[in-house]
Design a binder for this molecule. Structure first.
Ligand SMILES: [Zn+2]
Length: 485
């Protein structure tokens, strides 16, 4: 009897991150997105004869910092190569890239998934320049069917860091999770702005399948230029399904470059894949080799802040945050720093709830971030302390927060000046509940009949009568005691 063969996927990723430098990789032209075409150009990036490139030192610095974050070895000797191909977006007819001596060597990068922390091997990370941008006019904006194609050289020569991973992944969801963690890390370190829609971070995936248990790799295809986490996961999933159907049907996968169309979910062939020797790589004679000073490289490593993956793990392990709290608060370095300052002077779990909940919700209406607002970590901690000591009710605490956001000021002083302190006199609270019971006979009957929801009505009345000073929980308790016994 025949049994169906089970296949597993083998996935490797190539990520192009645009480096956050002021100028291009090999000339002094400014980098900017969305300017009028062809205003940021010079003889170097337009490939005029005799113009000589000079390596951007800041790009090298950012590449070394990225290398440290990726756990890579940093080369002591690293060279540039010419990668030859002919295309209108490449005026020199070669791209300056790196070949056998990349700036960053093997490393490992840890990332978080719903199943916990995982690791992916990094093969290398190297510096190169981006091509110019082709704009296809007429037709539907694609090259095929266009009336003409025009070139904007503003992007030509933009510094890129290409990060290549080992083919160690088998689950498309892990590819997406890895990329999220990588983007977060590179953005927080100031290496790239990570804007995927504008193309500052692009991902290609190399995909093959093989029968489970097989150790040699199958023929791979390359899925190009995916620009969202969702599309990456869907695109890889679709390509695995396509290859599995071919192989299960007795066919063979062809090595080619593919495009995933997120609107139709279909995969199209772009071209048959080039081999490295098609590019006729040879050493770039116009640039000196990079020889980073080991002391400088070590300094950059020592100056590396705690990585987002480590920060999240520490918050969960040491501060008792949930994974979800930690994920939200680690979204930006500034938000994480702000949270840490609150958590240093308030119970961390409450600090997390307030920062990601009420504080961010109120500040959103003012278009402010916590660290730019009047709500210093100390002021927020004071509000939290008053709530936890039951000195102020939750609704009034939110009102105090609104006051601090508007005008600054000391939360405790605001509570006193406005008489917002919690009504902690048990006798006073009982008298209020008695009064509400006497005045609302119909609702009391409903409560007796088991309609628990009506408690909300009484709490509302109590808050109204006390300008929010009553403790909603205590009002409910007293009401139940008095009405239900
Ligand atoms: Zn230039």
């Amino acid at each position: 009897m025949m049994t169906a063969t089970a296949y597993e996927a083998v996935i490797g990723l190539e990520i192009h991150a645009q480096l956050r430098t002021r100028t291009k990789m090999f000339c002094a032209c400014e980098l900017s997105f969305g300017d009028e075409p062809n205003v940021h150009t010079c003889p170097v990036c337009l490939a005029h004869p005799g113009a000589l490139p000079v390596t951007n030192a800041e790009a090298v610095r950012l590449a070394v910092i990225a290398g440290h974050a990726l756990g890579c070895e940093i080369a002591t000797h690293s060279t540039f190569h010419r990668k030859n191909y002919f295309y209108p977006d490449l005026p020199k007819a070669y791209q300056i890239s790196q070949f056998d001596e990349p700036i960053c060597g093997p490393g490992r990068f840890r990332f978080l998934t719903p199943d916990g922390e995982k690791e992916l091997g990094i093969t290398r990370a190297h510096l190169e320049e981006d091509a110019a941008k082709l704009i296809h006019v007429g037709g539907d904006g694609r090259r095929a069917g266009a009336e003409q194609s025009i070139v904007d050289f503003n992007r030509g020569g933009t510094p890129l860091l290409e990060i290549v991973t080992e083919p160690e992944l088998s689950d498309p969801a892990d590819a997406s999770a890895f990329l999220r963690q990588l983007r977060l890390t590179l953005v927080q370190l100031g290496i790239t702005d990570g804007n995927m829609e504008e193309g500052s971070l692009r991902c290609d995936a190399n995909i093959s399948i093989r029968p489970v248990g097989e150790t040699t790799l199958g023929t791979k295809t390359e899925l190009k230029n995916m620009n969202s986490f969702t599309f990456i996961e869907r695109g890889i999933t679709a390509e695995i399904a396509r290859q599995t159907a071919i192989v299960a049907g007795g066919g063979a996968v062809t090595q080619e470059t593919l495009h995933y169309d997120p609107t139709t979910g279909e995969i199209h062939s772009l071209r048959s894949k080039e081999e490295a020797h098609d590019y006729r790589y040879f050493p770039e004679p116009d640039l000196v080799a990079l020889a980073p000073d080991p002391a400088w490289v070590a300094d950059l490593k020592a100056g590396l802040p705690e990585l987002p993956v480590d920060r999240r793990r520490r918050w969960v392990a040491d501060l008792g945050l949930t994974d979800e709290d930690a994920e939200v608060l680690a979204e930006t370095r500034e938000l994480g720093d702000y949270f840490e300052r609150v958590a240093a002077v308030a119970p961390p779990k409450s600090a997390a709830n307030w920062v990601r909940g009420e504080l961010r919700a109120q500040l959103r209406e003012h278009d402010q971030e916590p660290w730019q607002s009047h709500v210093t970590p100390e002021r927020l901690a004071e509000i939290i302390a008053m709530v936890e000591a039951r000195e102020v009710s939750m609704p009034n605490a939110k009102a105090v927060l609104a006051d601090v956001i508007a005008d600054g000021g000391d939360p405790r002083a605001i509570v006193e000046a406005k008489g917002l302190g919690a009504m902690n006199d048990e006798g006073e609270l009982e008298a209020l509940v008695d009064k509400l019971i006497a005045e609302n006979a119909a609702q009391v009957e409903q409560l007796r009949a088991g309609k628990d929801k009506v408690i909300g009505f009484f709490v509302g009345q109590a808050m109204k009568a006390t300008q929010g000073r009553a403790d909603p929980g205590r009002v409910g308790e007293l009401l139940r005691q008095k009405v239900l016994g």
